[in-house]
Ligand binder design. Structure first.
Ligand SMILES: Nc1nc2c(c(=O)[nH]1)N[C@H]1C(S)=C(S)[C@@H](COP(=O)(O)OP(=O)(O)OC[C@H]3O[C@@H](n4cnc5c(=O)[nH]c(N)nc54)[C@H](O)[C@@H]3O)O[C@H]1N2
Ligand SMILES: Nc1nc2c(c(=O)[nH]1)N[C@H]1C(S)=C(S)[C@@H](COP(=O)(O)OP(=O)(O)OC[C@H]3O[C@@H](n4cnc5c(=O)[nH]c(N)nc54)[C@H](O)[C@@H]3O)O[C@H]1N2
Ligand code: SF4
Ligand SMILES: [Mo]
Length: 722
């Protein structure tokens, strides 16, 4: 290493895996991002997005490096450079004017979620301006899991103890693509003799290290999980002691699961009964952990499906035990971002929070009692367009590319265009930024400090601001502070819920009550802390009965189904004629190693590795429909707003009758403002209008009926050229 290089321990937070990193700086520039093999959680696991995409994002030619104001009609693609003072003054002026005329609830924020500090900061910014409205993308991600985790009282999401497990049950999760830390841990577990069971309609790489692979028809997992519970109960393989002491509603749950003996589950899911029995017996041996993913989340029966698996986990006695699924651990006194959101010191009056859009429809999801206290997104889109329940007129978007990543792209565009004012903080000019009035340059992971709880560790992690921000980029914290100061000067501040002078002070506040110091964190990049497992007497379950609720009193109180149950998947709920018209089942969201959702599409190396949006098709399906490998097809769904073109990949890993595609596609080189997001983006095909999960408000992003047709020769030529 050159003498003038310094290497810092840090954390990559380009994605929620948050791997331990070593960042090398020379002459004020990051010259290397590498894994930190000494990190207690990631143990050297890392991915190409951290190593390559992050530095290229930071130093790439496409980066937005100064604030800009649009110089033509909205979406016209013409921009002028302005100063931060001009940008923030104009934002304050516009937000204050909307709040004065229509009330502060006419303002909304959008961010990915409170997993990162920017989520909490955007929420506290909006609250300071008097609005409880902020959107998160988690209804499209881990929302069903989170709601199930809360209503059962388990609190186990992210706590899979793969290192010590004897059996890993992987459901709707593709770890080799989605999470290098989990994937490495699974391979280690396999090596030391742990058994692995995969439940996935597709033959994912994890199947290659599995003892057993169950391939249900998409959307039928609840039947499989209930049948597995039935096997545990009828064969007396469940944990009687844990159930008697710590579970509520066992008899009712046993009755419910008895309605799904393996033979019936086989009919509903297509998984042979003997495989369900085998999987149940392997899982019952333990210690076993439940590894779940997006494949059973983000659909309109997601919470019930998750509850079926969560109840299986509970009765198997694998809650908060070594090798099982750990409950959330944090250092005594430490504050997470979610803690901040629920802290009474940073709350608006109850009657204002009750106005959160979606709180009435989905109280477990949106509003004061909701998981992250955010809005229900499709309801906000509706509010922007129709004024129901009231009109949202101005928005601030940061850390989320909603035009591309929300279903129903044309509607999201129309909703954002209907606003009086839109400001977007971003790294590059995305289709969302293209329709803003003001675009703000944001710092990247290499330029901004972050303190976060690593649930998987568990440990607290630190991300170092390794270099000065490029150009005039600012962090979410600095943008929010600048904006609030200007709102205050206009007498338009409801409260100051961001009282810390700097991001460092904010980070110190998170650590304040704990034994961990900023110095410790900076020196190592992480800090471990002691915790207890299985201390159910002192750390009770956060439910009305203080037990794990197999029968949910919370759901019963809301008039919702208190026991987990199976519901037929979307294609089966359609009339036969519609099924004939849309004969295939669409799964979206296949993760590509080169991209993070819509990000890094401007990077040449990534586009070289993954040049086209693909659709995976079984050889039988391809033959039946006359698709050849590499041909372009268009995809449509019933009630969807449009179509998109994708390139056929013929593969036996996808089952017949099912097609799988990714998400997040757009073409930075294509014409503004859409930049291809209406042509190659799967969300241009799907509706966001429901049906919604009655508990979490999630819409179907998988298991949808669809129609796939070949592009004609002319279309194919256009596509290849485009
Ligand atoms: N490289 C890269 N990594 C990423 C991301 C990225 O964009 N790029 N995104 C990150 C984010 S935010 C997320 S949420 C995760 C998502 O990553 P995962 O949680 O792994 O989710 P998916 O890849 O959407 O789907 C996982 C599996 O579910 C299966 N599946 C589909 N339908 C069903 C079903 O009905 N039942 C069952 N049992 N399985 C089903 C699919 O075939 C797929 O193999 O990845 C994270 N990691
Ligand atoms: N059809 C379909 N739709 C899906 C999914 C699916 O499987 N199918 N998956 C859903 C899931 S799981 C998720 S999590 C969402 C993801 O949806 P998004 O969060 O919208 O995805 P990203 O492309 O990661 O968008 C991040 C954007 O925020 C900007 N940004 C601003 N500040 C920051 C910052 O500090 N850090 C980072 N990293 N970015 C910043 C970046 O420039 C980038 O444009 O999409 C969802 N949408
Ligand atoms: S998986 Fe890749 S992008 Fe995500 S935190 Fe780890 S290195 Fe960064
Ligand atoms: Mo996600």
């Amino acid at each position: 290493m050159a003498a003038d290089q310094i290497t810092y321990p840090s954390t990559c937070w380009e994605c929620s895996t948050a791997c331990g990193a070593l960042v090398t700086v020379e002459d004020g520039r990051v010259v290397k991002v590498a894994p930190n093999p000494g990190h207690p959680y990631s143990k050297g696991a890392f991915c190409v997005k951290g190593i390559r995409a992050l530095p290229e994002l930071t130093y790439g030619a496409d980066r937005v490096v100064h604030p800009m104001r649009r110089a033509a009609a909205r979406g016209g693609g013409a921009w002028v450079r302005i100063t931060w003072d001009e940008a923030l003054d104009e934002m304050a002026e516009r937000y204050a004017a909307v709040a004065a005329e229509f009330g502060a609830t006419a303002l909304a924020g959008a961010v990915s979620g409170a997993f990162f500090s920017r989520g909490a900061i955007v929420a506290l910014l909006l609250r300071s301006m008097g609005s409880p409205n902020w959107m998160i993308n988690q209804d499209l991600c881990g929302g069903c899991r989170a709601v199930s985790d809360r209503v059962t009282g388990l609190g186990v999401v992210g706590g899979e103890d793969v290192e010590n497990t004897a059996c890993a049950l992987i459901v709707g999760r593709n770890p080799s693509a989605a999470d290098p830390v989990q994937w490495m841990a699974l391979k280690r577990a396999r090596k030391r003799g742990a058994s692995i069971v995969v439940i996935d309609p597709a033959r994912i790489p994890a199947v290659d290290i599995a003892d057993l692979w169950l391939a249900p028809r998409p959307g039928t997992d609840a039947a499989v999980a209930l049948a597995m519970s039935h096997v545990l109960i009828s064969e007396d393989l469940y944990d009687r002691d844990f159930v008697e002491r710590w579970c509520h509603g066992f008899d009712a749950f046993a009755e419910r699961s008895a309605q799904y003996p393996p033979a019936r589950a086989e009919e509903l899911s297509g998984v042979p009964a003997d495989q369900i029995e085998k999987a149940a017996r392997m899982f019952a041996e333990g210690p076993s952990t439940f590894i779940s993913g997006h494949g059973i989340d983000a659909f309109s029966a997601g919470v019930q499906t998750f509850r079926a698996y969560h109840c299986l986990l509970a009765i198997s006695g694998n809650v908060d035990r070594a090798g099982g699924s750990r409950r959330l651990k944090k250092p005594a006194g430490f504050r997470t971002y979610l803690d901040l959101l629920h802290d009474p010191r940073f709350r608006l009056p109850a009657e204002v929070e009750q106005l959160t859009i979606g709180a009435e429809r989905f109280p477990l999801w949106a509003g004061p009692e909701g998981w992250q206290t955010a809005c229900h997104n499709p309801s906000v889109i509706e509010a922007m367009l129709t004024g129901n329940p009231y009109r949202v007129r101005a928005a601030y978007v940061s850390g989320v590319n909603i035009v591309v990543t929300y279903p129903d792209t044309p509607k999201t565009i129309a909703a954002l265009r209907s606003l009086d004012f839109l400001a977007v903080a971003t790294h590059t000019m995305t289709p969302t930024a293209e329709i803003a009035d003001i675009v703000l340059p944001k710092t990247t992971t290499l330029e901004e400090e972050e303190v976060m709880l690593q649930v998987g560790g568990p440990c607290v992690q630190f991300t170092r601001a390794a270099v000065e921000p490029r150009g005039e980029a600012l962090s979410d914290f600095e943008i929010a502070k600048g904006l609030l100061a200007r709102m205050e000067a206009r007498g338009a501040l409801a409260a100051d819920f961001l009282p810390w002078p700097t991001k460092r002070a904010f980070n110190e506040f998170l650590l304040e009550g704990s034994d961990i110091s900023m110095d410790d964190l900076m020196a190592e990049g992480y800090a471990e802390f002691p915790y207890a497992l299985g201390d159910f007497e002192n750390q009770t379950f956060a439910t009305p009965t203080a037990k794990v609720e197999l029968y949910s009193e919370t759901l019963a109180g809301l008039g919702l189904e208190p026991l987990p149950d199976y519901a037929p998947p979307r294609p089966e709920r359609h009339a036969a004629t519609a099924r004939a018209e849309f004969p295939l089942v669409l799964l979206t969201g296949v993760r590509e190693k080169t991209y993070h959702h819509s990000r890094f599409r401007e990077q040449a190396w990534a586009r070289k590795v993954s040049p086209d949006p693909e659709i995976e098709v079984h050889p039988e399906t391809a033959a039946g429909h006359g698709f050849g490998p590499g041909e372009w097809v268009i995809v449509e769904t019933p009630g969807g707003p449009g179509s998109c073109r994708l390139r056929v990949k013929v593969t036996e890993t996808t089952p017949p009758g099912v097609v799988r595609t990714g998400m997040g596609w757009w073409l930075p080189e294509a014409a503004a403002p859409e930049r291809g997001c209406l042509e190659v983006n799967i969300n241009a095909v799907m509706t966001y209008d429901g049906p919604w999960d009655p508990m979490s408000g999630s819409a179907d992003t998988r298991g949808l009926p669809c129609r796939v047709t070949r592009l004609d020769a002319a279309g194919a030529t256009r596509a290849a050229a485009g």
